[in-house]
Design a binder for this molecule. Structure first.
Ligand SMILES: [Zn+2]
Length: 325
């Protein structure tokens, strides 16, 4: 359903083919051993935290922000633990291969609220381990909460996808998306007060119908989930919508003066907020037909340097006039 890697490492067109077809065999021609490129050097800037766990890597990004990273699987997904004076918020729960709750409990004794950047399998895997899961009142979110079967997920732990040993107790043949309960509805504009740290919910559909970002105005950070990271951005998946994504990009670009740092869900934690403007401009140039693209397996990939955008080749139209300036 979803695979991501940094642009410089992977031959993106080939990677695109693997993603689009859900192919098992190929995550990039010449990149069958993608893990040879790890560790990504950007992580050296952060302080590792020993949580006595072989599956997750944890980094302290600031006093009250931890990155919980899963470099053992191709998605290189990152979940974030944001700690307030009263409560903590876990923004995504990862793949569900390791036990992220155990890691979280080693990092904080606060009550933990879970909220997902969106409900693709690599962001909700351990939701089932938590009592309090916030979510949008959204058909896609509700469907995802019912879980995903083995057939849908088996390839993502198959050959070429995972290089680390699985954690003790994990049974690959039993890997499914476990169902979970959404216990509290959140909406666009809601403010989640953790005590001394307030996170504002922004609904940002496009990559997924239930995509959302979290804005921390005081710290000038925007947690972007999969709406932005420094790699191919997916507007071609089932449930993705390029038009909607373009409008989301315009909305986020308007926030750029209020944000310094984007905190992203794959590969590396931080990106400069200048990318919000570049993302909007990318959609505008795609709509205007002024950007180059390559077609692979029914999808177009538009290259914008540090990121790219993938849309279906049969329905790529993004009306320029409808993208707010
Ligand atoms: Zn996703």
């Amino acid at each position: 359903m979803h695979c991501v890697h940094t642009v410089p490492i992977i031959a993106c067109a080939a990677l695109l083919a693997a993603c689009a077809t859900g192919g098992v065999e190929n995550r990039g021609v010449g990149n069958e051993r993608w893990w040879d490129e790890l560790p990504l050097p950007e992580w050296q800037a952060f302080t590792p935290v020993d949580v006595d766990d072989d599956w997750f890597e944890v980094y302290r990004l600031s006093d009250d922000l931890f990155a919980i990273y899963e470099p053992g699987q191709f998605e290189l997904v990152i979940s974030y633990l944001i700690i307030g004076n009263d409560k903590a918020l876990l923004f995504d729960t990862g793949l569900g291969i390791g036990d992220i709750r155990r890691v979280v409990e080693a990092l904080t004794d606060r009550e933990v609220l879970v909220l997902n950047s969106h409900s693709h399998y690599d962001h909700v895997g351990d939701n089932h381990r938590f009592d309090e899961v916030l979510g949008l009142d959204n058909a896609y979110s509700r469907a995802s909460s019912l879980g995903r079967g083995r057939a849908e997920l088996a390839e993502f732990i198959g050959p070429g996808w995972v290089w680390k040993d699985f954690p003790a107790g994990f049974v690959p043949d039993e890997y499914v998306g476990r169902p979970y309960a959404i216990t509290r509805i959140v909406r666009d504009g809601d403010r989640i007060d953790l005590g001394g740290r307030v996170l504002e919910v922004l609904e940002t559909p496009g990559h997924a119908p239930d995509a959302l970002c979290l804005l921390d105005r005081e710290h000038r950070q925007l947690f972007t989930g999969d709406t932005f990271y420094l790699a191919p951005l997916y507007a071609h998946l089932p449930g993705s919508d390029p038009d909607t994504y373009a409008r989301t990009a315009a909305r986020l670009a308007a926030l750029q003066p209020e944000v310094d740092t984007l905190v992203t869900a794959h590969n590396v934690p931080f990106a400069d907020s200048a990318f919000l403007g570049r993302l909007r401009n990318a959609f505008i140039s795609m709509a205007a037909g002024t950007s180059e693209f390559v077609v692979t397996d029914g999808n177009r990939e538009y290259d914008f340097g540090a990121f790219s955008i993938i849309v279906p080749d049969d329905n790529p139209t993004i009306p320029t006039s409808e993208i707010p300036q």
